[in-house]
Design a protein around this ligand. Structure first.
Ligand SMILES: Cc1cc2nc3c(=O)[nH]c(=O)nc-3n(C[C@H](O)[C@H](O)[C@H](O)COP(=O)(O)OP(=O)(O)OC[C@H]3O[C@@H](n4cnc5c(N)ncnc54)[C@H](O)[C@@H]3O)c2cc1C
Length: 506
């Protein structure tokens, strides 16, 4: 019996499978499709995903297959958000234009190299769970039924998730009332830079698709924004949208895909029901503003993976295991509320159809050019700014942050090469603190890698000024911080209590 069944081989399910398998778990992936369609919804992968891939040493494979772009639109602001090593603190401060189908193909290959078992062409159609196992029933095209049983099951089966319905997850939200259009086309006279434009006709975006010589054109046009998603635009419609926006149609031709999508927005009330979890689009749906969908799903998977590993390896049992698994829902729901707010705000900016809304959009777009605001928004939209629950009594402002701006030892490689789905990292800058901390963590030594002055850590840089030591979870979130002002006598107690909750019972 596998440890985990994942339903859905989209980016979320595949990243989860890869993480779980990397820790040696038996993972089965069930996917209804047999072949992948190059007509991909996602064209851009945010820097937050590349950073996650870098912590597992695989970012370059994706970068080699796509086209990096160093700025990103917020709504359809002409002042774009700029990604830099300074603003994001990552080795790869750029989005990647890469069709979702290519991302998925690369992830499937990585999963297969690790030994994930795939069942393509199986539609999940039934689900039963008891206190020890969960079973999913599937059906193939020729009507053959099969049952797969495991300890845990994760539904990563997209917005129409069968698993979400079969396990009775609530999925409240609002139906779409605005739609955007999309066209993947060739162009005889393309722009030299990614474009975002906003005017009285609506919004218009154009950038390379990252697939052959195709361009992704998308936008919300005031004249057609109330059409349903079934009203697919024609090539001529798209030429008019482009001409309205910029006075040229860029010589677009040979469409690969024309589509329309809506702003339906929903968030599951809970991401766990007993032995069943949901992740990615199965747990949330929002307007694809700013290209945040893939990264959001990958962050869901990263958050859940190390917790499932800790529980499947029986490092935590009973109530402790339950509590850790429940934090997946609490933490990711909080992050999703912020992401949904961002996409709703951008939808309002895209679709400013009267003078009041246009004035607001103009003011917001003007403010985006301000460097501090630009930096704040770019961190949020690329997956570096997800909020984290606060504990009663407060906590260090760094707790919950993703480890960025930490070029320890003069580069990112030291940190990245130490990170793994079953490993916590203890970063220590103060030489005097090292023996005390080594002693504190000794019962958990198998799960914690300590990086200290002897590994080349002499400074944490400006953003981490005053930090003497920090504990980082496998999903790159800081969970414990010791500052130069922290009373040394409390260190022992605070880190031990935390490790018992997070890492292993002793
Ligand atoms: C027009 C548009 C443009 C977008 N552009 C971007 C972008 O540029 N960047 C970005 O990051 N995001 C973008 N997104 C969002 C992004 O596509 C999604 O957020 C992302 O695909 C979510 O991944 P997922 O793995 O959670 O779900 P999905 O990608 O939907 O994968 C679900 C998988 O489950 C399978 N499945 C479904 N039901 C079953 C079943 N019953 N049994 C077995 N298998 C099943 C499906 O075949 C599929 O393979 C866009 C979305 C749209 C609509």
């Amino acid at each position: 019996m596998p440890d985990i069944i994942i339903v859905g081989a989209g980016p979320t399910g595949l990243w989860l499978a890869l993480e779980l398998r990397s820790a040696g778990l038996e993972v089965t992936v069930i996917e209804k499709n047999i072949n992948r369609d190059i007509r991909s919804r996602a064209a851009a992968m945010a820097a937050g995903s590349l950073e996650t891939f870098a912590t597992r040493g695989i970012a370059q494979r994706f970068i080699d297959a796509g086209t990096p772009i160093h700025s990103i639109h917020y709504g359809s602001s002409e002042s774009r958000l700029h990604m830099s090593r300074e603003s994001l603190g990552t080795k790869h401060p750029h989005s990647l234009m890469i069709p979702q189908a290519v991302t998925e193909q690369l992830l499937v290959e990585l999963c297969q190299e690790k030994g994930v078992e795939f069942f393509f062409g199986h539609l999940a159609s039934g689900l039963v769970q008891d206190s020890n196992t969960v079973a999913v029933e599937t059906e193939t095209g020729d009507g053959t039924k099969s049952t797969f049983t495991a300890s845990w099951l994760v539904g990563c089966d997209g917005t129409k998730s069968a698993i979400r319905k079969l396990a009775n997850f609530e999925f409240p939200g609002t139906d779409g009332n605005i739609s955007g259009w999309l066209a993947d086309v060739l162009a005889t006279d393309p722009p030299s830079q990614p474009l975002s434009v906003n005017n009285e006709y609506g919004s218009f975006l154009m950038q390379p698709l990252g697939y052959q010589k195709y361009y992704r054109l998308t936008g919300v046009s005031i004249g057609t924004m109330n059409l349903p998603p079934s009203a697919i635009p024609t090539l001529d419609n798209v030429k008019s949208f482009a001409t309205e926006a910029l006075g040229t149609d860029f010589g677009i031709h040979s469409p690969l895909w024309l589509s329309r999508f809506s702003n339906t927005t929903r968030l599951a009330t809970n991401f766990r029901s007993g032995r069943v979890f949901i992740a990615g689009d199965a747990a949330h749906q929002f307007f694809p503003a700013g290209g945040q969908g893939i990264t959001t799903g990958i962050q869901d998977a990263a958050n859940l993976a190390w917790k499932l590993v800790a529980v499947a390896q029986r490092r935590l049992t009973g109530e402790n295991a339950d509590e850790l698994l429940n934090t997946y829902s609490t933490e990711r729901k909080l992050a999703l509320q912020a992401i949904i707010k961002s996409t709703l705000a951008q939808t309002a900016l895209y679709a400013s159809s009267n003078s009041v809304q246009s004035a607001l959009a103009d003011v917001v777009y003007e403010l985006i050019a301000h460097p501090d605001l630009n930096k704040l928004l770019v961190r949020r939209i690329t997956g570096f700014g997800d909020p984290f629950p606060t504990k009663e009594g407060g906590q260090d402002p760094l707790v919950g942050a993703r480890v960025t701006h930490l070029e320890v030892g003069g580069g990112f490689e030291l940190l990245h090469s130490a990170m793994a789905v079953d490993t916590f990292i203890l970063l220590v800058r103060d030489l005097n603190l090292e023996p005390l901390l080594s002693d504190c963590i000794s019962p958990w030594a198998a799960y914690i890698k300590c990086l200290g002055p002897n590994d080349g850590i002499v400074s944490f840089g400006q953003q981490w000024e005053g930090v003497d030591a920090a504990l980082v979870r496998p999903d790159a979130r800081v969970v414990w911080v010791c500052r130069d002002s922290s009373p040394r006598e409390h260190i022992h107690l605070s880190i031990r209590k935390l490790l018992e909750e997070l890492c292993k019972e002793i």
